[in-house]
Design a protein around this ligand. Structure first.
Ligand code: CO
Length: 201
């Protein structure tokens, strides 16, 4: 286990190595950001976007929450989407779900207010999705398979939710070539695959 002191040391090593490899790296980083993609992912520590996509600081604008949900009443994500599209002019948005997602597994188990007062409420939309797709999910005969299929269904649902957001509808009305991709990350293989895509109607 790493302490914060160790993280500070590792950061100093990283900063020195970056500056050594590319003396203008931090000058560019400080000047402005010009990210090409907005990433909406799960908070899970195993799905670190910069690492799994081999991208550098400045490339990807990020929003993460438990189980990568897009909620129409969440001002946090709506603000991130608005800033991404209106200010940063980002046209690629990724919603990324993943295998073995703790949020999805918790939702499959039903509400548990005794342990998680806030997480239980947050996951309600996934429990609703499970109810809607119960026949398909319950026909899968292993726990991991059920969770992974629900994660996939939820990722598609979140792309659909996002596509109905004001900022996205306005961008499409204005002819913006914005696309929203639903991806799944396989923890066992370290690979991303596309499961859905949505663009201007
Ligand atoms: Co997760």
């Amino acid at each position: 286990m790493k302490t914060v002191d160790q993280l500070l040391l590792l950061n100093q090593e990283w900063a020195a190595r970056k500056a050594g490899e590319d003396s203008a790296f931090f000058t560019r980083l400080a000047a402005a950001q010009n990210p090409h993609t907005l990433w909406i992912g799960c908070s899970d520590s195993r799905v670190s976007v910069d690492t799994i996509t081999a991208t550098e600081p400045g490339e990807i604008f990020v929003h993460r929450n438990i189980a990568n949900l897009v909620s129409s009443t969440d001002f946090n994500i709506l603000s991130v989407v608005e800033f991404s599209v209106e200010a940063l002019k980002i046209n690629n948005i990724v919603v990324c779900g993943h295998e073995n997602c703790g949020g999805i597994k918790a939702a499959l188990g039903g509400p548990d207010h005794s342990t998680f007062r806030f997480v239980t409420g947050w996951l309600k939309n996934i429990r609703d999705l499970y109810r809607l797709h119960r026949d398909e999910i319950d026909a899968i005969d292993d726990d991991a398979g059920r969770a992974n299929r629900l994660a996939e269904i939820s990722t598609i649902e979140q792309v659909n939710n996002l596509s109905q957001a004001y900022t996205i509808q306005k961008a499409w009305d204005n002819g913006c070539p914005l696309r929203i991709y639903g991806l799944m990350f396989s923890l066992k293989e370290g690979r991303l695959r596309q499961v859905f895509e949505k663009f201007a109607p």
